[in-house]
Design a binder for this molecule. Structure first.
Ligand SMILES: NC(=O)c1ccc[n+]([C@@H]2O[C@H](COP(=O)([O-])OP(=O)(O)OC[C@H]3O[C@@H](n4cnc5c(N)ncnc54)[C@H](O)[C@@H]3O)[C@@H](O)[C@H]2O)c1
Length: 311
């Protein structure tokens, strides 16, 4: 049986990766300090072992590497706004924390690391669709620290005998994603919808994003772990762009007509369009997004309803 260590495994994406690992029969250990994760995300996954702790604790991380075949490194201080408010913590976790994980993996002889990178490393979009060789020009401390972490991963894979796959996620949404007023548009819309509040569209609503369901992202992690020679950086997205207006239309279909919309001026500095080229992940990892946006949104709204009932 393969043994996996998942840092940040109690978080939104991490808990979905853990779920899939458990289903696939991996012996799975989670390291998470619960700074933004929830132990309840792992409640149904009794087969995964949870260890509360920080990735910056080198001794602990080294101890947990014992017998591990693959590390999924998702733990991070996440978010552009948060990084502007707490830049030291952002780099400390995302850069120093990543070196701790890489060093411990190297010393333990782990052969594969799958790192959760981010489309935030691209910065201003220069051309579409965004390929992996698009310029990297991050616009926040978060984008910069994720870029540094990705570069460290790639340097380690060149220097030492192990493969590191850096997965650059675009706009991930889905089950276990909690509402955050400054967060992503889908949790904000779902929250407002279910509280009977109007959805606020900034600008004309024709701005686009590449939304990818978390189940597809979890699958990409397993593919990256199991594909020999899959080292380097790969966009993980749906490869399609969705306007904010069509997101509202889909939510209207799912929820019925009881959905009010308000318009507000465009937000300064907001990216107008985003869409990934995912041909590298298709070719090298065999990645194929399978969850369409309507199905994914419907599942997500059902999950948010359940969450609201349990509060
Ligand atoms: N959500 C997205 O759309 C998105 C997009 C691009 C990249 N990512 C990346 O995916 C990964 C997971 O993000 P998420 O959206 O699930 O966020 P999340 O905040 O839900 O998950 C991060 C997890 O890491 C844990 N953590 C944070 N600092 C830690 C530390 N010092 N030691 C141990 N654990 C720590 C948190 O408690 C949390 O469980 C991150 O690396 C993030 O940069 C996310």
């Amino acid at each position: 049986m393969s043994k996996a260590l998942v840092t940040g495994g109690a978080g939104f994406i991490g808990s979905n990766v853990v779920k899939l690992l458990v289903e696939e029969g991996y012996d799975t250990v989670v390291l998470d300090n619960l700074s933004s994760g929830y132990q309840q995300n792992l409640e149904a996954l009794a087969k995964a072992r949870f260890v509360g702790g920080d990735i910056r604790n080198g001794d602990l991380v080294s101890k947990l590497m014992d017998g591990v075949n693959v590390v999924f490194h998702l733990a991070a201080a996440v978010g552009n706004l948060r990084s502007i408010e707490q830049p030291i913590e952002d780099s400390d976790v995302n850069v120093i924390g990543t070196v701790r994980v890489l060093e411990a993996a190297r010393k333990a002889g782990v052969k594969k690391v799958v790192f959760s990178s981010s489309a935030a490393i691209f910065g201003e979009v220069k051309h579409l669709p965004i390929r992996e060789d698009h310029p990297l020009d991050p616009e926040s401390p978060y984008g910069a620290s994720k870029m540094a972490a990705e570069k460290l991963c790639l340097a380690y894979s060149r220097l030492y005998e192990f493969e590191v796959a850096c997965l650059r996620y675009f706009n991930v949404y889905g089950v276990n994603q909690r509402y955050d007023a400054y967060g992503n548009v889908i949790p904000i819309f779902a929250h407002r919808l279910l509280h009977g509040q109007p959805l606020v569209i900034f600008g004309d609503g024709q701005q686009t994003r590449d939304f990818v369901n978390v189940r597809d992202v979890a699958r990409a992690n397993i593919l990256a772990a199991t594909t020999n020679g899959a080292s380097g950086a790969f966009n993980i997205a749906s490869g399609t762009s969705t306007t904010i207006n069509s997101l509202v239309d889909i939510l209207r279909e799912i929820h019925g007509d009881r959905l009010a919309v308000e318009h507000a001026p465009p937000r300064k500095g907001e990216v107008r369009d985003s869409c990934a080229d995912i041909s590298a992940a298709r070719k090298n990892l065999g990645f194929e997004p399978a969850v369409d946006i309507k199905q994914g949104l419907s599942e997500y709204v059902d999950w948010v309803k359940l969450e609201m009932r349990s509060l």
